[in-house]
Write a protein that binds this ligand. Sequence first.
Ligand SMILES: Nc1ncnc2c1ncn2[C@@H]1O[C@H](COP(=O)(O)OP(=O)(O)O)[C@@H](O)[C@H]1O
Ligand SMILES: [Mg+2]
Length: 249
Amino acid sequence: MAEPLLSVQAVTKTYRRDGQPPHLALAGIDCALDRGEVMVVVGPSGSGKSTLLRTINGLESIDSGSIRVDGVSITDPATDLNTWRTEVGMVFQHFNLFQHRNALDNVALPQRVVRGRSRAQAERYARELLGRVGMADYADRYPSQLSGGQQQRVAIARALAMDPKLMLFDEATSALDPETVGGILELMRALARDGMTMAVVTHEMGFARDVADRALFMDGGRVVEAGTPEDVFVHPRHERTRAFLEKIL
Ligand SMILES: Nc1ncnc2c1ncn2[C@@H]1O[C@H](COP(=O)(O)OP(=O)(O)O)[C@@H](O)[C@H]1O
Ligand SMILES: [Mg+2]
């Protein structure tokens, strides 16, 4: 059988901070995603969801275990982490756009710096992607002149501009006004339909049930339950999953 596009095996991660006891945020995580699949990750606050995405993106190192994307291991000394991060796109709750650059530059500049594209190439692709996320008319606007939902659209376009193999979404709609959430979820659905491989941390259960191929429920740095959305959300086997679902539904 072909190797999954993303494979996470026995990953552990401890946060160590001065003056505080070490905190085991990931206590041995396994998960995998085939090309074109969407995985949703749910779980209570502090369960390690963001840490999992951040380790997959290479923003946090791991203590042990393995993370492989498209046959490349993140812990291989030959792996360049900057290259890795361009291939694993990440969209955050807070959009982290360059405040002093307009939407076009936010999407074009990283292409020039990271991918070495010419200004003309980068701007052409940026305009195409801004169109794809519904922001064609806002290319000249600065982040402060855009709503949260519009900024998130630009952030998604910026991640797509790297042609990532995989996209990670960490509560990408949690900071948005309720009336904006649906549009961003619709955009994420469109990406999934177009075949993007995605790992999505979200509390949007409608999205999770409709779009996801796989679901994980995490608690205390562990995967408590994994399976299809139907398995995990409709027929949970564990009491902790049931208790969590009761709270958020
Ligand atoms: N940079 C950090 N330093 C120390 N502890 C952290 C750090 N980031 C997260 N943690 C702790 O790790 C645990 C998991 O956090 P996180 O991955 O953010 O959970 P979630 O995204 O599920 O809310 C929490 O107990 C959190 O306080
Ligand atoms: Mg989080």
